[in-house]
Design a protein around this ligand. Structure first.
Ligand code: ADP
Ligand code: MG
Length: 254
């Protein structure tokens, strides 16, 4: 019965979440939900609280008010590693890779500590983990670079590597913080295509912070827009695109 209830509900539910940093209210009374299997966008001008909300959801920041639910379970006070083990994983606005390690070594470091050791990093790793790492490097188009130092990759390739590293944890849901930021426009389509395939072929639910309006309008089926730490608007892309409040927020009109 518990299982039935869990599947009836959205995969992720943020309920009236408030997060303060001293006097700054970075998130004020934010509520949103993400259905399993969907791609949802989170947009808003710089400083509107998007990254903070991600940090709250994955347990990196304790929240001051509200509740966060994942798979029908309240996770508001769980730690980052516990939440990651439940299948909810984030990527960062800046890349978090080890530049002097090879791509395959970076892939193996992204496994939870219990599944790796020094032997895994510098030896061959568990055969299944290594096979999975190679499969995912192939998936993001980095197989030929598997023995190259990650630091020698272009920024766009490093973002692809980071995406593949997040997939190593077999997430049910990924929170992606500006995946296309700083990427050469010609590589953006390739990355977006991989994100879509992770959703359609691997069944991974995506919540994506994205500044590139063309990208997010094409990718997401539903979009939430934040401004000044508050939820300003939400709806399908075509509604958001034409929402005067959203347009004003981006133009800096208050
Ligand atoms: P966005 O990702 O939408 O650009 P952020 O969530 O990074 O916005 O920031 C929202 C607000 O919270 C900003 O005013 C920022 O300065 C503040 N903020 C974010 N993280 C911290 C922190 N760790 N300590 C203090 N203030 C923070
Ligand atoms: Mg941010």
């Amino acid at each position: 019965m518990h299982e039935l209830q869990a599947t009836d509900r959205p995969l992720l539910e943020v309920k009236h979440v408030t997060k303060r940093f001293g006097g700054v209210v970075a998130n004020h009374d934010i509520s949103l939900s993400v259905e399993r299997g969907t791609i949802v966008g989170l947009i808003g001008p710089n400083g509107s609280g998007k990254t903070t909300l991600f940090n709250c959801i994955v347990g990196h920041h304790p929240i001051d008010e509200g509740e966060i639910w994942f798979k029908g379970q309240e996770i508001s006070r769980y730690r980052v590693d516990h939440i990651a083990r439940m299948g909810l994983v984030r990527t960062f606005q800046q890349t978090h890779i080890f530049g002097r390690m090879t791509c395959i070594e970076n892939m193996l470091t992204s496994l939870p500590p219990a599944r790796r050791g020094l032997r895994d990093l510098f030896g061959h790793g568990r055969r299944a983990d290594r096979a999975r790492a190679l499969e995912l490097l192939e998936f993001v188009g980095l197989y030929s670079k598997r023995h190259h130092q990650a630091g020698s990759l272009s920024f766009g390739q490093q973002k692809l590597l980071e995406f593949a590293m997040a997939l190593m944890n077999e997430p049910e849901m990924l929170l992606l913080d500006e995946p296309t930021a700083g990427i050469n426009p010609t590589l953006i389509n390739g990355l977006v295509d991989r994100l879509r395939r992770a959703n359609s072929e691997m069944g991974i639910t995506l919540l994506v912070i994205e500044h590139n309006m063309r990208v997010i309008m094409n990718m997401a089926e539903y979009i939430y827009c934040l401004a000044h730490g508050e939820l300003l608007a939400s709806g399908p892309p075509e509604d958001i695109r034409n929402d005067q409040r959203v347009i004003d927020a981006y133009l800096g009109v208050s």
